[in-house]
Design a protein around this ligand. Structure first.
Ligand SMILES: *Cc1c(COP(=O)(O)O)cnc(C)c1O
Length: 402
């Protein structure tokens, strides 16, 4: 029996069955490559679902973690934590934000955002005004609050009553947002580019129109940048290419380049709603994760990774479009920077499995959209290698389905 199979059997016996896992047992990673316990190498265009933006084990992140691990691992938020303070300063310096709340995941960052907008609105306008409008096909996390906010029925199935006060509108349609706003509405929450929902980019001007609507109706605007923040779209935060600023932004996934961290960034005026005792997290902003996040964000800014993201994003898109010209089952290539989706007219699940066999990691969202979110350090050579594998899979599919 292979080392992999042994781990797989043990995993299936005792680890919660919440994921349909592929038969890959991860051992180590470097740059754009992941190696399994049997020594097989995979070209990683999933990057931990847009987490490993600097690639695996970036030396600067590893060094920051090693240094911090020997200094201080954890200390309560009863006290001041220098690495957390520096990270907050960096995030505010490079965004609209004035204050940052730290937590450990995207769902938690969204919970903090939802608590903030509700509390601000209740204090200002009264108890009834707590509704948040979100988009269909959105994804905001797996907590009860997260699935309540998520505009997909399937994530709520079987969990009984969810948190009241959410309304879903089609993504990208400004008139639908306008029509949905009622006296009970306090905020609008959107992903600037939808990730899990199939890599959906809204029409130009949509986010700006939503911003104007929010100003007009005294609503807060939350951008969930958990997936598309931290350089993924070629700007440090996705909304920055649209000339639009939210009141609250949530981050997680790539923020620390691998280790778990979440953050909610808010304008001073609104952040005031969450005073002492109103919210908290034991591990939120701990020195270890904060040091990794600092190293990650500094590297993105200082090593030209935004430029590389735009250049390689353009190249990857061009190469994917060449495939689209070749195969009539490819419906569309879309996305921004290095989050690209390829919508197929056929199911994408088998393609993902075949790619894994051939040493390529990609995934498929919404059944038919292949998603490409490689590390931002990716180069042309890796993109060409990826395209070759995909091209071969597509040729074979066409041959077998004549
Ligand atoms: C992944 C994701 C989340 C949830 O993040 P977790 O860290 O898994 O809780 C929330 N929003 C968006 C847009 C995401 O992509």
């Amino acid at each position: 029996m292979s080392t992999s199979q042994n781990w797989i059997d043990r995993g299936l016996a005792h680890v919660a069955g919440t994921y349909g896992r592929y038969p890959l047992v991860a051992d180590r990673g470097e740059g754009c490559w992941l190696t399994d316990v049997d020594g097989k190498k995979y070209l990683d265009f999933l990057a931990g679902v847009a987490v490993n933006n600097l690639g695996h084990c970036h030396p600067k992140v590893v060094a920051a973690l090693q240094e911090q691990a020997g200094r201080l691992l954890h200390c309560s938020n009863f006290y001041h934590i220098p690495q957390q303070i520096e990270l907050a300063e960096l995030l505010c310096k490079h965004s609209f934000g004035d204050r940052v709340f730290f937590c450990n995941s995207g769902a938690e960052a969204n919970e903090a955002a939802l608590k903030l907008v509700r509390k601000h609105s209740v204090e200002k306008f009264g108890d009834e005004r707590i509704q948040v409008i979100t988009a269909l096909a959105s994804f905001h996390g797996r907590t009860i609050g997260g699935i309540s906010a998520t505009g997909q029925d399937k994530v709520r199935l079987g969990f009984g009553p969810v948190v009241p006060g959410f309304k879903y509108v089609p993504f990208g349609e400004i008139e639908a947002v306008r029509a949905a706003i009622g006296p009970e509405t306090c905020a609008i929450m959107l992903e600037p580019v939808q990730g899990e929902g199939g890599v959906n980019v809204p029409p130009a001007g949509y986010l700006k129109a939503v911003r104007e609507l929010c100003d007009e109706r005294e609503l807060l605007l939350i951008f969930d940048e958990v997936q598309v923040g931290c350089g993924r779209t070629g700007t440090l935060f996705a909304h920055q290419s649209e000339g639009v600023e939210p009141d609250v932004m949530t981050l997680a996934k790539a923020l620390a380049g691998g280790p778990p961290i979440g953050a909610m960034v808010a304008r001073e005026h609104y952040a005031a709603a969450l005073g002492p005792g109103s919210h908290g997290s034991t591990f939120g902003g701990n020195p270890l994760m904060a040091s990794a996040a600092l190293a990650t964000m500094q590297t993105i800014l200082e090593d030209g990774l935004l430029d590389n993201c735009l250049a390689m994003g353009g190249y990857l898109r061009q190469r994917l479009e060449e495939l689209q010209d070749k195969y009539d089952f490819i419906v569309e290539v879309r996305g921004r920077g290095l989050i690209l989706g390829m919508e197929l007219a056929i199911e994408g699940g088998e393609m993902v499995k075949t790619a894994l066999d051939r040493g390529l990691l990609i995934n498929c969202t919404m059944g038919r959209v292949l998603r490409f979110v490689p590390p931002l350090i990716v180069g042309k050579q890796e993109i060409d290698q990826m395209i070759d594998i995909l091209d071969n899979i597509f040729v074979e599919y066409r041959e077998n389905n004549k």
